[in-house]
Design a binder for this molecule. Structure first.
Ligand code: MN
Ligand code: MN
Length: 471
């Protein structure tokens, strides 16, 4: 061997030993795991289709848990595997561990609400012989993405007598769909000259729902009246019932494979159902773990985790007290349990978009196909408004992932001062637990058709399972 070749060889060894060398998940899995990735994608898409709203997600999570022997945590038959459904909008799954609760829990907390259009209290009106529903958008949307596309309506109407009307229209291929109109380009000259933030007004996100009149031309608001009659005939509800309703307008249609090679999933609501499903699948797979494992599925993350179903609520206190009481321990120990706990704030992140490299810092951006991504911190403007995970904890996470063959990457959402975003990590960090953001990288995040890599989706599941199983 010549001196030159020997030197080259040594340098390569040196680089392999010391430098970070990111590799695609696809390059690191064998045939069996590749098959597992695609199989996981199928279950995931089914979950997305069944769980388009937070309420539907709770129903589906509870159904899957019950099928595997989880019982109501507050019931008499409560066992080692339990669930706690709070107001049909948050759900918590628990698997009891071998160690005492005071040695800490293992918590994976995701959210099951997604950006959408919510109906206003008095939504139905008629204009120009067309009937529309008024909406107020929920969460961070680019408004133009919601125009001129098929939309579905999901939700509940609660009548004054307490009875509930469940509603899903626009998903079955035989269902009608709805749409927000967009201006024809021929007359959009002035709109085109406007700033995007001003060109699309929230107040104009009105959903077209009908055009058929009732009665003769003398009848006032005949199209609206016809629709009110339809609502009464089909659902037994009147206009006032819509005041006590939660009806959500979401993109119509199922989750799809994306790309000829079917390596990607394109769907609405992958923020944060990619992580919610991974956490569900991971927890359902856990048997007799060391530490008691919790999968939390929160509502209201997209509007700042407010309200009694968001992560700012004291729900977690209640859960831990129930667990303590069930084990004959004092609820007073709650604080100690939470301070000794380790958590993942399971949430997605924006992946490096090759069409917009200018907003990313490519050395620290999450990349599609490189595995589950953790963020030490998020926030914006000088790490403002974020929970910055402790280095000791990041090291522990690295070790767990390495031991369990999880392909992972560390990432950051965009360049410094480019924008930013928050997660629920900081709301759980106040309990004193160790916590870090960890989830699936997405393209077109917060759009009606978000894109994820099946390889990353599977690694998210594998990461959460490893976390639950770790000692
Ligand atoms: Mn999210
Ligand atoms: Mn989000």
């Amino acid at each position: 061997m010549s001196m030159e070749v020997q030197e080259k060889d040594e340098l390569k060894q040196l680089r392999d030993r010391l430098a970070v060398n990111p590799k695609l998940v696809w390059d690191q899995v064998d045939q069996a795991e590749r098959a597992a990735i695609f199989a996981y994608g199928e279950h995931y898409k089914t979950f997305l289709d069944r769980a388009k709203t937070e309420r539907e997600a709770v129903v589906e999570i509870e159904r899957q848990a019950k099928a595997l022997g989880f019982v109501d945590l507050t019931g008499k038959e409560a066992g080692p595997r339990g669930y706690y459904n709070y107001r049909g909008k948050v759900i918590v799954l628990v698997v009891q561990g071998r160690r005492p609760l005071t040695e800490g829990l293992r918590i994976v907390a995701s959210h099951i609400d997604s950006p959408r259009l919510d109906l206003k209290q008095y939504p139905l009106y008629e204009d120009t012989d067309l009937a529309f529903l008024k909406t107020h958008y929920y969460g961070g949307i680019k408004k133009y993405q919601w125009l001129a596309r098929p939309l579905a309506i999901h939700g509940v109407v609660i009548k004054a007598d307490g009875s509930r009307v469940q509603l899903t229209v626009g998903e079955d291929p035989s269902d009608p769909v709805f749409s927000v109109l967009d201006l024809l380009p021929h007359l959009a000259k002035k709109t085109m000259d406007k700033k995007v933030s001003e060109a699309f007004e929230g107040e104009k996100l009105n959903v077209l729902v009908g055009s058929l009149p009732l009665g003769d031309p003398e009848t006032k608001e005949r199209v609206k009246l016809h629709l009110l009659k339809y609502l009464e005939d089909h659902y037994g509800i009147g206009e006032e019932d819509l005041v006590s309703a939660e009806l959500e307008v979401v993109p119509a249609g199922p989750a799809r494979d994306l790309g000829w090679d079917r390596s990607l999933v394109g769907a609405y609501g992958q923020d944060d159902r990619s992580c919610a499903y991974a956490s569900l699948a991971a927890l359902l797979d856990v048997q007799e773990p060391e530490h008691t494992c919790l999968a939390l599925f929160y509502d209201k993350e997209e509007i700042g985790s407010e309200g009694n179903t968001g992560a700012k609520s004291f729900l977690l206190n209640e859960i831990v007290e129930i667990l303590l009481e069930r084990q004959g321990e004092s609820p007073q120990a709650r604080r100690r349990v939470l301070m000794a706990s380790k958590a993942l704030s399971a949430d997605v992140t924006g992946a490096l978009d090759p069409d917009f490299p200018e907003v990313h810092e490519k050395r620290n951006a999450a990349r599609l196909g490189y595995g589950v991504c953790f963020h030490k911190y998020g926030g914006s403007g000088g790490k403002y408004s974020t929970s910055d995970a402790n280095a000791e904890y990041v090291a522990w996470i690295r070790k767990i992932f390495q031991e369990h063959g999880v392909v992972w990457q560390a990432g950051q959402l965009g360049k410094v001062d480019e924008g930013g975003g928050g997660t629920i990590a900081k709301f759980l960090a106040v309990y004193g637990m160790e916590i870090i953001d960890c989830g699936t990288p997405l393209l077109s995040m917060h759009s009606p058709f978000e894109v994820a890599s099946k390889a990353d989706l599977y690694m998210t599941f594998k990461a959460f399972r490893a976390f639950f199983k770790a000692g």
